[in-house]
Ligand binder design. Sequence first.
Ligand SMILES: [Zn+2]
Length: 486
Amino acid sequence: MRHSIALVLLAALAAPAVLAEDEPVMRHSEVVFMYTADNEAYEAYDATFLAWSGAPTEEEVERHHELGMRCAASIWFLTAGAQLLHEDPVLHDAVVKDFDGNPVEVPWLFDHRHEGQETWFGCTNNPDYQAHLREEVRGVMNGGADSLHIDDHLGTAQTVDHMGGCFCEHCMTGFREYLENEVDEETLDDAGIESLEDFDYHEFARGYADNVEEYIEVQWDIPLMEEFIEFNREAAAALTGEMREVGAEAAGHPILLSANAWIGQERHRTVLPYLTHVVCENPHHAAAGTDDLGGAIGFYEFGEDYGIPVAATAGGHDWAHAAAEEKYTLVQVWVALAYAHGQRFMVPHRQWCFTEELGTHWHTFPKDVYAPMYRFIRANAEWFDGFSAAADDVETPDNVLATLRTQDEKAVVHLLNLDYGADADELRSQEEVRVTIPADAIPETESVELLRYDGESETVDVNFEDGAASFTVPQLTVWTLAAFSE
Ligand SMILES: [Zn+2]
């Protein structure tokens, strides 16, 4: 048993398993599942949070709370889905319309068709589609989940900068109102617009292109394009924010709100002020092994600088590669990489994989490879929670990535082995790893404790000399924490 009977009773009585008010939305040591799993899997990983999908019923919410977990339910802004588009004439019309007035198929859902009906983008500026989304939120939140997750939060905005959308009447009206309220006279003058009365951006854009192919080619030369894109991003962000209220009302208590925001990209950042945390895909370039992780790291660093907690997974292509080639060690690096940078990597349990050839497919990764890592994080939460990134440089040999995180009189250096051989899916063990840090970045102490999930902890000496502190890690297998306290 991992919790007392009193706790189980409490969880069963009090609906939401929310944190105390002064607790962060997500602790750094949070162990996050992306998708629902059975109790056995949750307990194997010592899970604390279900972040994506989903606990849409009272029974499911209760099951998670009894395990001491908080849980989310989720919807997507992307589409009503091929079946509903086929069956419901209102939703069939409430879709993104491109420059030629045609619906836009979701490119990566080419294999999701119903009776010949393609999967089209819904238009998040269309009141009928918005009503559908609110209904979806109520449907998944009335079980009382703690959090609502929104996938494809960009909605219509996703189609605006490279797919020729959206010129439906609602988008045109919305953009005219946006120009009236948010854009100054000078910008309108520069665009040659004298009056906004009856202004129609579609008609305006027709002065530059005759069809959607031409439009996509020249759209960046069309005046007010940046405003058009900004309008769409802000509209999608505000709609995302509104869903927190809709969800809270259905749940009967305040809720958290996350989105699959690829914060590495500018267009995914407009929504951040509306969110409590980010639950997202973070591309790891799996085919490059450990050689191309800069983007993934930048993603985590942005989250920390912005001050928003992130629970990430790799991208669909990464998972497809790791699954097909059984690169299970590489995935261990991804887990450690996120936690070394102050964020969380969602448990690689059952993963969504995607390639152009295979479309959507799934793979279950082996529990015995990853559960020890997550149990280690939970057991050593005191070396994760409440720390923040320090600017000081840590010197290590090549092939060893190091981050320094500090809190009051404590400091922790995360050391991560990047000497990865893709053919054997193997990390070559690093021996006698010398680590040097500016002396004033850590507490003055004679020794440091080395913690790792795959071996006994040990204590080694720290030497202070010429303003630098150094110590030697006898063996670095995957990931070691050097924990300093006074
Ligand atoms: Zn539209």
